[in-house]
Ligand binder design. Sequence first.
Ligand code: FES
Length: 140
Amino acid sequence: MSELKPPAAWWAVARSEEVTGLKPLSADIADQPIVLWRDKQGVARALEDRCPHRRAPLSLGCIRESGWIQCGYHGWTYDGETGRLKEIPKEQEIVAYCRGPYCLMAFEAVAELRKKGRSARRLEDGFPEWRSAGLPVEIA
Ligand code: FES
């Protein structure tokens, strides 16, 4: 997830009572969309309002019981404290690609994911082949 870089100043973007643990709130800081919500402990959290997966606005998602925010598009879930990916829905296959078609880490990643009951496979070719096949590519 890209790092949220707010301007070096305090900006009022919402009233405290508008930021809840019930529904994400969309706001802007200097034309940068952000999503606000409260986690399980009631701490206000903010992330860029774009899911790292396919850039859907996280503010259209929901807040899970865990206090993490879940994207409404494919269901990926992020921790508001770190912005890190915490969960991918179980029914989604994970394609492992590390440093190229011969990268050993991709084999290990697939083995680990399968051990945990996830559907996973290694990307057989490289990034250029994936792209030329017209498969989705997003470069941050
Ligand atoms: S766009 Fe958010 S999970 Fe896919």
